[in-house]
Design a protein around this ligand. Structure first.
Ligand code: NAP
Length: 322
């Protein structure tokens, strides 16, 4: 059987390359010096794209490749892929939900604990010799019995909720729909923010959620409020967030995602009440391996059976029709 031509966007792991080797000829897009020539050479042959949540499908490639059948993305967030356009062209889009829920929830909890208990400053206290010179480290804030808000009670949001229950938290949330659970639903992000001590943001990115957290939501969170963003930079008005942190409108923030990654505003880097991580929500060897396997399984299954394991919701209809 001839191999399928696969356009690879971004990096893949050696394990993924091995798993795909028997069935796919991999053409590396971003490593190519002359991308136009590369696409012109293979335009009719490329049947699939392997990408990730960061790069998505750039340069109108879905329009330019007439035989493209499937885009398999390594990551759950697919705001960088125009899934509705893909559906209109009968192109299936897949992503990697669920296998990363625990890891991303752990990262969110890690940021929360680090902020409340002043982890970074405590580490510095020891390293700089302050413990010997100045004595005991200042007291911090407990994570027990807090009012915890979750903006986006989906797969990862639910996993965060389970974890914060272990700290005897009172769980509040806002999402598009009210859920059948014992958590307290609020009709808007602002109402949610008004009622909690710490607010976890874990909606998808994209136009629908752009600046869902704006200056008014931050004001509602209040001077002692903490914000944790583990979703996408676009969900928060970053300028408003910087101002809110500078003026004490909110107390602190833990941020894994940013508007113009990997560029992070200096204002955020210079604030002691902010903890920054470089989009590492799912970034452990174990979870990335599971994500890589699912990314490959979707491609392998598509060409073997016509079905995929984890289509994005927009493509569920396509998957049934094939
Ligand atoms: P999910 O299961 O689809 O959950 C998304 C939640 O957001 C749902 O509760 C949904 O509401 C809610 N939502 C969507 N649009 C909304 C809106 N306009 N207003 C209010 N709520 C809205 O997705 P997931 O698997 O939990 O993943 C969530 C996101 O996390 C991903 O899309 C990705 O951007 C991000 N993520 C980040 C990292 C990282 O490394 N930092 C890693 C993985 C994922 P309904 O329940 O009512 O539909």
């Amino acid at each position: 059987m001839p191999k399928h031509k696969l356009l690879q966007i971004g990096d893949i792991t050696p394990r993924m390359a091995n798993r795909l080797a028997d069935n796919f000829d991999i053409i590396e897009y971003f490593r190519s010096v002359d991308k136009k020539k590369l696409i012109a050479e293979h335009v009719k042959e490329i049947e699939c794209i392997l990408t990730d949540g960061h790069w998505g499908v750039p340069d109108n490639l879905m329009e330019r490749l007439p035989n493209l059948k499937i885009v398999s993305s390594y990551g759950v967030g697919y705001d960088a892929i125009d899934a509705n356009f893909a559906v209109s062209k009968n192109i299936t889009v897949t992503h990697t939900p669920d296998v990363l829920n625990d890891e991303v929830a752990d990262t969110a909890i890690m940021l929360w604990l680090a902020i409340y208990r002043n982890l970074i400053q405590a580490d510095q206290w020891v390293r700089t010799g302050n413990w010997e010179k100045e004595g005991a480290f200042p007291l911090s804030k407990t994570v027990q019995k807090q009012k915890v808000g979750i903006l986006g009670l989906g797969r990862i949001g639910e996993t965060i909720a389970k974890r914060v229950k272990a700290f005897d938290a009172e769980v509040h949330y806002h999402s598009r729909s009210k859920k059948n659970n014992n958590y307290q639903f609020h009709a808007s992000p602002k109402e949610l923010a008004k009622n909690v001590d710490v607010l976890f943001i874990i909606t998808p990115g994209g136009n629908e959620t752009k600046h869902l957290v704006d200056a008014s939501v931050l004001k509602a969170l209040g001077t002692s409020g903490t914000l944790i963003n583990i979703s996408r930079g676009s969900v928060i008005d970053e300028k408003a967030l910087i101002k809110a942190l500078q003026t004490g409108t909110i107390g602190a923030a833990g941020l894994d995602v940013f508007d113009a990654e990997p560029v992070v505003p200096n204002e955020l880097k210079n604030m002691p009440n902010v903890i920054l991580t470089p989009h590492v929500g799912s970034a452990t060897n174990e979870t990335r391996q599971a994500m890589g396997d699912l990314t490959c399984d979707n491609l392998l299954s598509f060409f073997k059976t016509g079905q995929v394991l984890t289509p994005v919701p927009e493509c569920l209809k396509l998957n049934v029709q094939r």
